[in-house]
Design a protein around this ligand. Structure first.
Ligand code: CA
Length: 414
């Protein structure tokens, strides 16, 4: 199936993708949109032109109300888009078409959902093992709960920003194990975490839960997610309640949500969960509940040239998204449409596939050399970190670059 809009094989935004996004349109207002190659297509303008009957939610400036409509509504809009933009469609020569399309360079992405709550998991076994080896006990790197439940914490939605938004280096307290007292200043161990997030449809509000078998019907789509982390602040502050100011100064979300339905062909099995077997509420009958998505991290230095520093895959997650959702809601916690769950850092088995500087440089002890010969133990001011992701096999369906540049810390004064 092809569109009358030509799409290069190197584009993430193939006709099989049709991602969900939001842009500041040429008229200055925010439009919900999709994208084919370099062409952004306004769903609002299409609705005004008479498409998507019954879906007035597409006139809004975020997807939350549309997400509430559920998977059948999401599919119906996708089917209509596919019919409209298919090669041979009468829409190609419609006089109404021009007002519905813009070049991607002419519009700016904004967050496509209003994120009420953001939760970050810790679902990659290799990542949890690496961190445990570095900071606790190499012989017992995984804590006793890790193989029994998806560990997570509540993040902060207010500082989740869309790809392209600069990030200011945070100030904070830090104290190394051998320092006599804490000091204050700009973080000297600024890091990213390579993650994939899911944008949720809301669940029950009466104390019941979303079962592991129902959980996938609550996934609107997948996004790239970069959890900025100040490792020096984190190491000092995290005991006993977990991450706080080391994480909540910024997170970067990809601009385009890849529809869950579009990724059906990328399903794959996860690691066996037999030793131990999860408790019944987390047990999945279907093993193909993971996604074979190639992930990549690059540092773009101030001169504009980039160095790829990690290549990973979403299938390295131990706990599936369905298990994360089921666990999150099993106690009656209310999940709402537009909420964001992120996977936690995705690290593969090989050092070149680790998903953070902490692991890639082993807490700064093995710096990475960039294209210009300079070295990075952590992320420096002026660096841009780019995450990319796409289907590893079959038709290319990708997320587009998830970018953020680091600006110097604000000088503190009383
Ligand atoms: Ca994280």
């Amino acid at each position: 199936m092809a569109s009358f809009i030509p799409v290069s094989d190197a584009s993430d935004f193939s006709f099989s993708n049709l991602p969900w996004g939001a842009v500041v349109w040429t008229d200055g207002t925010t439009h919900l949109a999709t994208r084919l190659g370099g062409t952004v297509i306004s769903l609002r303008a299409l609705h005004q032109a008479g498409m998507f009957a019954g879906f007035a939610e597409l006139q809004q400036d975020c997807f939350n109300a549309f997400i509430d409509r559920g998977p059948e509504a999401w599919s119906a809009v996708r089917r209509e888009l596919q019919a409209l933009y298919r090669a041979g469609s009468a829409w190609e020569s419609s006089p109404l078409r021009a007002a519905c399309e813009a070049d991607c360079a002419a519009v700016a992405n904004v967050l496509p959902v209003r994120i009420g709550d953001y939760t970050d998991f810790y679902a990659s076994r290799q990542h949890a093992t690496n961190v445990g080896m570095m900071f606790r006990d190499p012989a017992n790197a995984l804590l006793p709960n890790w193989l029994h439940l998806p560990v997570g914490y509540h993040g902060r939605a207010s500082t989740v920003a869309v790809s392209g938004t600069d990030v200011v280096r945070p100030n904070g307290q830090r104290k190394g194990p051998n320092d006599p007292a804490p000091v204050f200043g700009p973080s000297v161990k600024l890091d990213f975490e390579l993650e994939v997030g899911v944008v949720l449809r809301g669940g029950p509000t009466d104390g019941s839960w979303i079962s592991v078998d129902q959980a996938e019907s609550h996934i609107f789509g997948l996004v790239l997610f970069k959890d900025w982390s100040a490792r020096d602040i984190q190491q000092w502050e995290y005991v006993p309640l977990g991450p706080f100011l080391a994480k909540n100064f910024a997170s970067t979300m990809g601009a385009w949500i890849v529809p869950f339905e579009a990724l059906e062909g990328a399903r794959c099995a996860g690691a066996p969960q037999e030793d131990p077997s999860p408790l019944p509420y987390l047990k999945q009958d279907r093993r193909a509940s993971h996604w074979d998505l190639t992930l990549e991290v690059a540092i773009v230095a101030a001169d504009g040239r980039e160095t790829v520093i990690s290549t990973s895959n979403a299938k390295h997650l131990y706990w599936s998204f369905a298990q994360q959702i089921a666990h999150h809601s099993i106690n009656g916690c209310v999940l709402r449409s537009g909420d964001l769950l992120a996977s936690g850092t995705i690290s593969g088995d090989e050092p070149g596939s680790y998903g953070s500087m902490l692991e890639l440089t082993w807490n700064g002890s093995k710096p990475i050399r960039l294209h210009d010969g300079s070295e990075r133990a952590f992320i420096e001011d002026g660096d841009t970190v780019a995450l990319r992701g796409r289907t590893a096999q079959g038709p290319r369906i990708g997320f587009g670059d998830c970018l953020a540049r680091i600006l110097p810390a604000k000088p503190w004064q009383k």
